[in-house]
Design a protein around this ligand. Structure first.
Ligand SMILES: NC(=O)c1ccc[n+]([C@@H]2O[C@H](COP(=O)([O-])OP(=O)(O)OC[C@H]3O[C@@H](n4cnc5c(N)ncnc54)[C@H](OP(=O)(O)O)[C@@H]3O)[C@@H](O)[C@H]2O)c1
Length: 175
């Protein structure tokens, strides 16, 4: 298992890296929802069991191939594949031809950030109480911010910007 060019983390966080509370998102803004849809429709998404359960009727998002991570014995959900651990997940990914988005939640971001080559993070210019957080990508090794994004005002009045990070692979000086 190693960093994959097709594996992209996508998330939204507040100023403190907060992404959720009580198994729900901290904030939904239409612009971010649209951006998420545009990125992920027609692609494959990787999601944790708890986040999947927050989707409408507990079902996978439409028009995307879904792989759910769950080690719960016998767990299954219609319209999705299930991986019980990272080895099973990477075996399933061998057959995937689309881009693959890691869409959370917190434990899935933690487990998979080390294998992602890109990260697209919507930053809200706000602070909320949170019990789920994104790893601080600026503290993770090998990432650089490719695009810090311009601050915009959302319809809801919250400022946000969309940042893009890529994994920086230093050139081997002996090559
Ligand atoms: N702002 C955002 O961008 C964003 C995006 C998504 C989610 N969220 C928020 O994040 C929070 C949920 O995060 P969470 O960490 O509590 O839950 P989660 O990551 O959605 O799901 C956790 C579950 O996924 C399974 N899992 C995770 N890693 C696994 C692994 N390596 N192997 C096998 N199974 C694995 C386990 O399921 P089993 O217990 O069945 O084994 C685990 O209990 C919510 O508040 C949600 O709204 C925010």
């Amino acid at each position: 298992m190693k960093v994959r060019d097709d594996l992209i983390l996508i998330s939204s966080s507040d100023r403190n890296g907060g992404i959720g509370k009580d198994n729900a998102l901290l904030m939904r803004i239409p612009e971010d929802m649209r951006h998420f849809r545009e990125q992920t429709v027609g692609q494959t998404v990787l999601v944790g069991r708890k986040t999947l359960e927050t989707f409408k009727d507990g079902k996978p998002l439409p028009n995307r191939d879904t792989i759910v991570l769950s080690a719960t014995p016998g767990y299954g959900v219609e319209g999705a594949q299930v991986a019980a651990d990272l080895k099973a997940l990477f075996d399933l990914l061998e057959a995937v031809k689309t881009r693959i988005y890691v869409i959370g939640g917190a434990s899935v971001y933690r487990d998979l950030i080390g294998f992602c080559s890109r990260a697209i993070i919507t930053r809200f210019d706000a602070e909320w109480e949170a019990d789920a957080h994104l790893p601080d990508i600026s503290q993770e090794t090998g990432w650089i911010c490719l695009d810090a994004g311009d601050w915009k005002d959302s319809e809801k009045g919250i400022r946000y910007r969309i940042q893009e990070y890529i994994r920086h692979t230093p050139q081997d000086p002996h090559q």
